[in-house]
Design a protein. Structure first.
Length: 124
């Protein structure tokens, strides 16, 4: 399961997947077929073939987890600094709101004016 906070699998889930790969490695050594291993471990045959290739080239060690696939680009300190700067607001850094270069052809000016007059005051 992936998480919106920028993670991949949790550490526990990575360990679980690693145990499955190790079990597949033991079965490779016994000469079992990929389809049987995939069915028993409830994974795709494609994954089993990928693991078998890694096992052939690097042994059981090649089946170990390599950790998260992507490390965060910002350290905790850098992220805290970014939050502090963002809290200062757009005026502090000269940011401005974006405006399209031209209006959409489908725009209904009358409907927009009615919305501004009737709906927007209630929203504010």
């Amino acid at each position: 399961m992936r998480y919106a906070q920028g993670g991949g699998l949790t550490a526990e889930r990575r360990e679980f997947r690693e145990r499955i790969r190790y079990e597949a490695g033991e079965r490779f050594a016994r000469g079992e077929k990929s389809a049987v291993i995939a069915s028993d471990l409830r994974v795709s045959e494609r994954s089993v073939e990928r693991w078998r290739r890694a096992w052939r080239e690097g042994g059981t060690e090649a089946l170990a987890s390599t950790g998260p696939p992507k490390l965060p680009k910002l350290s905790d300190g850098q992220f805290a600094e970014l939050e502090k700067e963002l809290a200062l607001g757009p005026a502090e850094h000269g940011w401005s709101w974006q405006s399209p270069a031209r209006r959409a052809l489908e725009r209904d000016e009358h409907a927009v004016e009615l919305w501004k007059k009737d709906v927007w005051p209630q929203v504010e």
